[in-house]
Ligand binder design. Structure first.
Ligand code: DGY
Length: 314
C-alpha cells in the first residue's frame, strides 16, 4: 500500500505517524503549509485523510483532493469533519469509538473528584508549605450525590456505571428515552439540571447540541451545582459559564475541553473551584495506540475492499 497517498492534517501521536509512514505514502499538511505548490503537485496522489480533534477535514480540503475516498479520524467525535460534504461526494468516514470509552469516563470521574474534593487545590496547598501553618478547608462529598448526564451513549453510560458505584442516583437527558436502562429520563435538560447536583456533558457535538448548556441550564444547576465537560467546548456557552463561576451562581466546574482550544478564558485561572485539563480524555498510551490501530486498520480494510471496522453514518 506504499503507493497510496494518505494526508495527515496535523501532528498527532508519534506511533500513529510511524505506522502510517510504514504502510502508506504519507503527506503531512503542516510540513507543506508554506508550500503553495503542494496541492498542485500532490492532490491527485491523496486518497485518504487522517484528521483529529484539532484539524479534521473541512469542505475546502475535501474539494481540493479529487481522488479522496476516505477520511479516518483519530477521535470518536466527528465535529471537525464536514460530514455533509463527505456524504455529497460519497467519501467514507471512520472514527475510533469503544476503545476510548473507559478513559474518557475515567477522566470525567477524575474531574468531579478533583473539583468536589479540591484535589488540585490540596496539592498546591502541600507544595506551597502552607500545611505547616494551617489545616486545609473542608471539601464537598461526591458519593451519593445526584448525577445528571447529558447524552447516554457509550461514554455517558460508562460515566453512569462509574457514578453508580459511588452510590449516586443517575438521571439523564437525551433526544429519546433509552429502553435498556432504569436511570431516570428527562426530556428537558433544564429539568435534569434542576434535579441533579453534578451535570456531566457527554454527548456528540452537533448543531443541535451547540451551547446546549446555556445560562438557563447553568442557573438551574445552581450555586451548589458542578458542571463537568468531557464532550466538546462548544457544548457550553463559555462566557456564560465564566460569569456564573465569577458570580458564584455555579458551584464549580471540571473542564477537559474549551470553545477555542487551546485558548482558555483567563478569568478561570484565578478560580479554585475549577479544574482545567488540556483535552486529555483519551490520552493514555494504551488508548492512543488502540485508536491509532483502528485508524490504520480502517484504512487498510478500505483499500483492500474489506468491511470497515468503524464506519460512520454520514
Ligand atoms: C475524541 O476522540 O473525540 C476525543 O475528544 C479525543 O480527544
Amino acid at each position: 500500500m506504499d503507493s497510496i497517498g494518505v494526508l495527515m492534517t496535523c501532528p498527532m501521536f508519534d506511533y500513529l505517524e510511524q505506522r502510517l509512514q510504514n504502510r502508506f505514502n504519507l503527506f503531512k499538511l503542516w510540513t507543506y503549509s508554506s508550500n503553495t505548490d503542494f496541492f498542485k503537485n500532490n492532490s491527485h496522489s491523496i486518497r485518504a485523510i487522517v484528521g483529529d480533534t484539532k484539524i479534521g477535514a473541512d469542505a475546502e480540503l475535501i474539494d481540493s483532493l479529487p481522488r479522496l475516498e476516505i477520511v479516518s479520524s483519530f477521535s470518536v467525535g466527528l465535529d471537525k469533519i464536514d460530514l455533509r460534504k463527505c456524504q455529497q461526494k460519497g467519501i467514507r468516514v471512520t472514527n475510533t469509538p469503544d476503545v476510548l470509552t473507559d478513559d474518557v469516563a475515567d477522566t470525567a470521574i477524575g474531574l468531579v473528584l478533583a473539583v468536589m474534593r479540591r484535589l488540585c487545590e490540596c496539592d498546591r496547598f502541600v507544595r506551597s508549605g502552607l500545611w505547616k501553618k494551617c489545616d486545609f478547608r473542608l471539601a464537598t462529598k461526591f458519593s451519593g450525590k445526584p448525577v445528571g448526564i447529558v447524552g447516554l451513549g457509550r461514554i455517558g453510560s460508562a460515566i453512569a456505571k462509574r457514578a453508580e458505584a459511588f452510590g449516586c442516583p443517575i438521571s439523564y437527558y437525551s433526544r429519546s428515552e433509552k429502553q435498556e436502562t432504569n436511570y431516570k429520563y428527562y426530556s428537558n435538560i433544564i429539568d435534569l439540571a434542576i434535579n441533579c447536583q453534578i451535570l456531566f456533558v457527554a454527548c456528540a457535538l452537533t448543531e443541535e447540541t451547540h451551547h446546549i448548556v446555556n445560562r438557563e441550564v447553568i442557573d438551574a444547576l445552581g450555586p451548589k451545582g458542578i458542571l463537568i465537560n468531557i464532550g466538546r467546548g462548544p457544548h457550553i456557552d463559555e462566557p456564560e459559564l465564566v460569569s456564573a463561576l465569577l458570580e458564584g451562581r455555579l458551584g464549580g466546574a471540571g473542564l477537559d475541553v474549551f470553545e477555542n482550544e487551546p485558548e482558555v478564558p483567563d478569568q478561570l485561572f484565578g478560580l479554585e473551584n475549577v479544574v482545567l485539563l488540556p483535552h486529555v480524555g483519551t490520552d493514555t498510551v494504551e488508548t492512543s495506540e488502540a485508536m491509532a490501530d483502528l485508524v490504520i486498520n480502517n484504512l487498510e480494510a478500505h483499500f483492500l475492499k474489506k468491511p470497515l471496522l468503524s464506519l460512520c453514518r454520514v
